[in-house]
Structure formats: C-alpha cells, structure tokens
Design a binder for this molecule. Sequence first.
Ligand code: AHR
Length: 659
Amino acid sequence: MRKITRIFFVCVVLSNALFGQDIKNITVLVDKPTAKVSPNMWGIFFEDINFAADGGLYAELVKNRSFEFLSPLMGWKEVKHDGGSGSTLIINRGEANSNNPRFARITVKSASGSYGLENEGFRGMGIEGGKQYNFSVFARQNSGATKIKIQLLGTDNKILGEAALQNFTDQWNKYSVSFNSTATDAKAHLAVLFEGEGVLDVDMISLFPKDTWKGRPNGLRADLAQKLADLKPGFIRFPGGCIVEGRDLANRYQWKKTVGKVEDRELIINRWNTEFSHRSAPDYFQSYGLGFFEYFQLAEDIGAAPLPILNCGMACQYNTAEVAPLDQIDPFIQDALDLVEFANGPVTSKWGKLRAEMGHPAPFNLKMMGVGNEQWDVQYLDRYKLFAKALNAKYPDIKLITSSGPSPSGAQFDYLQKELRVQKANFLDEHYYQSPDWFMQNASRYDGYDRNSSKIFAGEYAAHIKEPKTAKDAETMNAWISALAEAAFMTGLERNADVVQMASYAPLLAHVEAWQWRPDLIWFDNLRSVATPNYYVQKLFANNKGTDVVPALMDGKILAGKDSLYSSAVIDKTNRQLIVKIVNTSSKPMPVKLSLQNGPAYGKATWTELSSANDLDINTLNDPQRVYPAETALASADLGKSPLKLKPKSVNVIKVSYK
Ligand code: AHR
C-alpha cells in the first residue's frame, strides 16, 4: 500500500457539536499495520444441540428411521386402512449387526386393505410443493409378496405425493423411489403402507428432499447450509460442545462410528435429550447421518477450515466427570491419530481409503484439532500432555486446541492458562457466556495478553441478557442489545488479531419447537430459518475481516468503551479496501469524524449500519428483518470533513476501496 500515491485526509478537530454531542474524531493509521488477520478468524461452532443435526441441518425427514431409539417405535404409529390388518415386531439382530441391530418385521394378515406405519418426522416434516422427494428403505421378503405404498400426507391428511415399491427378494436390499409433492406443508407426515399377505422386514426407512445443499445424497438442508455459507466462516468447529464429552464415556462422541455407510453408523442418545429437565427431549438421538465425513465436506463446500474437537478421555465434568485412567488413554489418542489419517492420509492408508470410498479421494486438508471440549483441572492437563506428545510426534504440523475450562476467569481458568502456556499449547480455547455488560467491559480483554505465547481461540461465546425465567425472557435472548454488546467486544478481538486467531459464537442452530439452549445464532422451523441480530453482527465482521489490522484511535488511544464507542480497523490487501468498524453503545446518536491517515487514494465507500429502535427487538420467522443491516454509499473524500451521524446503539462498518 505504501507504493500507492498517498492522499492525506486531514482531520480537523472541531469543537462544534452535533445532536448536542461533541463530535468524536477517530483516526485510522492506515500505514501502520499492527497484525495480520488470521484467515481462520470468525468461524462457526456447530453442535448437535437444539435439533441442529437430526431434525435440522441434516435433511433426513424420518425420525427413528432404523428403530434404534430407546423406544423402538418412537415417532411411528400403526395404521390400518380399508379392512387391512397386520402387526409390527421389532427384532434385534445384535449378534449379527451390532451397529444397527433392530429392524421391523411387518406381517400383513389381510389379503386386502393395508396395514402400515406412519412417521411423524421431527415435529412434523417440512415439505415444499413442486419439489422432488426421495424415499428409500432396506427390505427383505420373508414370505408372501408385499407391496409398499408410500404416501406423504399433509396436516389435513391429504395426499401430497405417493409412490410404490414391490418385488422384494429374500435378501436385504436397498430400494428407492422418488415422487413430487403437490403442496407445501410444514407439518406433513409419512405413511408407509404394506399390502398383500406376507412377512416383510424393513429398516432404514428414509425420506430426503432431492434439493439438498449442493444436491448431495444424504445431504443437508439447503436454506440452513446457505446461511452458514453466507457467513464466509474461517473455520467450522464440530461436533461440539458438550456432545463431544457425553454425559459418560460410553455416550461420548466417537468419530469412527459416524463414518462409512450410513446404515452402519451406530445411533446413540443425544446428551441434550436429558440434560435440562425443563427442556427435555425424549426423542433426541444422534443418528450420525451427519457424521465426520459430512462435516469435512461441509467445511470444504463453504471454504471453512475444518476444526474437529475430540474427546480426550473425559466425560462432561458437569455430569459424571468420568475419566479414562491414564494407562488406558491410548484408544482415545489413537482415535485422534486416525482422524488425521482419515482427513489427510493417502488413499492407500486404512483411513484414507475409507475417505476415498466415501467419495473424497483428495485430502480434506486438516490443520488443527481440539483436544477435549470444556475440560478443567489437572486431570485435563495430564491427558492433554499425552495427546500432545503423540500428535506432535506423528503430525507436528497439526495445531492443537486446548481447553481453558467453562469460564473466562477464576481459579480453574488461571490454572490452565498458566500450565498450558508452559506446555506451549498452540491455542487456548476460552468460553464466555456472560452478560451484555461483561462483553462491553471486556473489549480490551486481550490488549494485555502475552503476544509471544499460546494463541487464543474464543471458541464459544454469546451475550446472555439474563437467566430466562419467563417466556418473554426466553424469546428475547437474541435481542438486539446482546448483539450490540458482542459487536463491541468483537472490536477487541479484531484489534488483537496477533493473539486471537479464531472466534465463534455459540450455539449455532436451534429449532423453534425443539430447543434446549438459547440464545442461538440461527433459528428455524421445518421450512424456514431466521438469522438473529447476532448473526448479522457475525456476518459483518466475518465478511469484512480484512488481512491486516491497523490502529483506530481516539485521542491517540485505542477505542474500547470511551464515550460508549468501540472501534477497530483492518485493511484488506486482497480486495484493496480499508474497513473501519465503529460500535456506538450509547442511547444517543454520535457524530463521528473519520480521519484516514497516510492512506492511498480512495475510491468508492460504503457505510453499513445495523441498529434497532429497542434493546429487546428480535428477528422472528414471521418478522425476519426487524434488525437488518442497511448499506448506503458515501463519498470517500467526505470522510474527514463531515461527521457520520452514528445512530444510537448501532454497529457501523465503513468500507473504503483504494486504488
Ligand atoms: O454451547 C452450548 C454448550 O456450552 C456447549 O455444549 C458447551 O461446550 C458449553 O458449556
């Protein structure tokens, strides 16, 4: 940039006032970069909480498709039509197939009419009119000749689409058929009707929209995946979250059980099924249809670096706190080593071969991995050391993410921050679910961090307005004030790009009828999704992350709360832009003059504003753009002359292109 002809924007410090407010002067030292912005900055945190995977991002519409829930017919009900009769027997063939032990033996006893099972979906099935749906089933004819009639039924039981399958053999085979839906219905259900006397075994009864994200079979819900892609995230952390740890070790997340053929993936209970008694979800399981291969694929599709988090031999310390003894930790470490091979290894290696068989011979370019989720104390440190020794020896280029516990301060936090730095850990994962005030007060948290030690991954954060006690409290957990506070704090993350190299809001997704935790970044029902004000803050930062931080100063000092203003600035050398973020947390409008010092010749400029009239304004499925960014064009040359009139409680992104 220094080679470019410079135009000096002279900042005239005026003593006049606008809106009864002194004009604030923010000076950006355009030619004094202080740090490189990590390409991985501003990522996303995916956890299967709030029906984020099954019933959410994973586009499967049938719940309990392989009869493996603890109550094998949960989600299903028997139906009989036109004098048909029959029965369903759940059979466990655990000795022959321990991953997918159960199937349904359907006996049709009547020559006419039909007997069948109806599936309710995940709080219903979201069906779009005019779209294709793909049905599949594994079936084996034991006796007689049975025909399957498939009917997609609307809320009023009208048929939205139908198809049939027949001529099953006496061996297990997969059968598929497609049909179109005639109408849209957010609460449809599926009838699988059996006709003709005989005994038919069925398993893995599945219904997917054809139009998944990128049209992939076993794919993802397109609208949700698109919202993730629109963030242009630097990384995607998966699969959690506490889900990694499990309430006990038997129910921990084990990536090897989530890869290979979908029908061979072993379902387990979702730990959020029972975590909160007031939000229990007895039908919440992990089918693992969305497994590690699909996570890597999603990361690649949206241009995000994959960041898997693995169990480190510790179950959730809020639950059983079960630990694998140190002398029995090897299988856990082996899982981590094998994951690198699965992601990056040659197709001739055991795990690289599986990746290739699943359709991706090229490596997934894994560069980092989390050891444990939200662990604490010496038990964690001991286990981390063993992981680090093995992983660093075999894969020295893989960066390891380590926990610093569930809180951003306190004895446990201090202990791990100190000890892990002694271990030269690559990244310390900090979590903060705190009040909006905390976020605003902590915008300079990282200004004093050691620049030459472990880097920071702000791995889970969200401003929590208050403990939700009423329905109204709960509804407003994603209100504007929380997003504003996060934006103020995020200027501090951006300013400290040499220390904070990754950050992700948490959790990511929540079904409006099936959530366990709020606030969340994106809400959805069976057909629609809505981005929260917090989403738009994330998007503004992630889409404008730049390549180099430059100082944004007021009175020669960093701006982290003085006069309720927060600011950070970056230049984007690739797109030749200067981008300044200013957050006004005051309830008054704020006149601000920007002085871009020692910069190049500027071209077009834009000013994006995100604000809302009321602190508790929210976006909803029916009113999705109440809090929504608005962009206006600016004459760049005016920046130093006339003040920008920042709205009360607003997030502002001023983007100026340079020649
Ligand atoms: O984001 C929700 C939960 O918060 C995560 O599962 C856990 O890591 C944290 O306690």
